[in-house]
Design a protein around this ligand. Structure first.
Ligand SMILES: [Zn+2]
Length: 385
């Protein structure tokens, strides 16, 4: 997803901001301070419009955060943990660690977001009416009115039945409940997502040619993001479905060759037991316990003059930075961690011993097998120990 900025923790969930949020923030502040506020209430000092725009944009981001946080909290109540929330161009994304356990849980997790936005829209509408009645400051009434409108818009847009929007998840829950197939449900939701994306692009192009270039550009951008995200979500769902309940031990390379901690880089790079065999090896202490992972590339970065004096432990990736799993864990649950890890590898541990190593190409091999042979026959094979 590109560079993000960590903003801290809220209710135990890490909050991040994608760089595109900064662009949105600036555009909103600019739109309010230079256009909407001065048009509604002309003749005030310029700094007042800027302060008003800034404050409104901050409250808008907080509304987005409330929306995403509600997804994460309801998900946690339904047994699905979320790693973090990233605010970005389309609003936000609560990254859930696994899939909802049932259609009803999916319904609750997806449904709460638009409801929160709608409730915020309602609250801001009431405040707008209230401050209007008591003749409160005009800029404040204008800002509250804008916040009411944008939150209702957020609720309505997110409720559209197309992936990756919340409405897409609701659609998915419905099809999943009716057909019993999660994969079929995802296909319907992601197809709807791509269709809506193209529709937005078409509408955007129309707007550009009829003179509303800025609005049109927005729609094209949002449509393009929707198509990309729906496509990615569809691919991910197919992979999850395919991997099903395959345990890690079926895919890993068992009993990998290890490198003792005292080995120097020189010994490692010329050791006949390691040369040409793999590109990374687990490092173990004298008792055989795992300490980390040494890769040929990392070892090769040590200048030749220092290779005799440097041990593998000083350049290895330490254990606590590596994804690990137990042999009977599900492969599908390890997938995101392996893809995100710099070395694209996970160590498989059992009773403080390395019993296997799992690489991205192991996963590709398994998916190749499953697509070619069909999952039904292979999934029933039990782990052999
Ligand atoms: Zn949402």
């Amino acid at each position: 997803m590109g560079p993000t900025l960590s903003l801290g923790h809220l209710a135990g969930i890490r909050i991040r901001a994608h760089w595109s949020v900064l662009v949105i923030f600036v555009l909103i502040v600019f739109g309010l301070a230079a256009d909407r506020l001065p048009h509604a209430h002309p003749g005030l000092p310029g700094w007042l419009y800027v302060v008003g725009g800034l404050a409104t944009a901050v409250v808008f981001l907080l509304s987005l955060l409330a929306h995403e946080l509600s997804h994460a909290i309801v998900a946690r109540r339904n047994g699905v943990d979320s790693d973090d929330i990233t605010l970005w161009l389309l609003g936000g994304a609560a990254r859930l660690r696994s899939e909802a356990p049932s259609p009803a849980a999916e319904l609750r997790i997806a449904g709460v977001g638009p409801l929160v936005s709608l409730a915020l829209g309602g609250a801001f509408t009431l405040l707008t009416i209230l401050f209007h009645r008591v003749h409160g400051p005009g800029l404040l009434v204008e800002a509250l009115g804008w916040l009411a409108g944008i939150n209702v818009l957020l609720a309505v847009f997110n409720a559209l039945p197309a992936a990756p929007l919340d409405g897409g998840r609701l659609l998915r829950a419905l099809v999943w409940w009716r057909t019993g197939s999660r994969l079929r449900a995802t296909e319907v939701a992601t197809t709807a997502g791509r269709a809506l994306g193209w529709l937005l692009i078409a509408a955007g192009v129309y707007l550009v040619f009829t003179g509303a270039a800025a609005d049109g550009a927005w729609l094209i951008l949002i449509g393009w993001f929707m198509i990309a995200m729906a496509t990615a979500e569809g691919g991910q769902a197919e992979l999850r479905e395919l991997l099903g309940s395959v345990p890690v031990c079926r895919a890993m390379t068992p009993d990998p060759m290890t490198v003792p901690a005292a080995t120097t880089i020189q010994e490692f790079l010329s050791g006949p037991s390691w040369v040409y065999r793999h590109s990374a090896f687990p490092v173990t202490d004298p008792a055989g316990r795992p300490m980390g992972l040494i890769s040929v590339a990392k070892a090769g970065q040590v200048p030749p003059a220092e290779r005799e004096r440097t041990t593998v432990t000083s350049v290895m990736a330490p254990l606590d930075t590596l994804p690990t799993a137990r042999p009977d864990d599900r492969l599908v649950d390890l997938l995101p961690a392996v893809q995100a890890a710099p070395a694209h590898r996970a160590l498989v541990l059992s009773e403080e011993r390395v019993v296997g190593i799992l690489t991205q190409s192991d996963i590709s091999r398994v998916t190749n097998w499953l697509t070619s042979a069909g999952p039904t026959g292979i999934n029933r094979v039990q782990p052999s120990g």
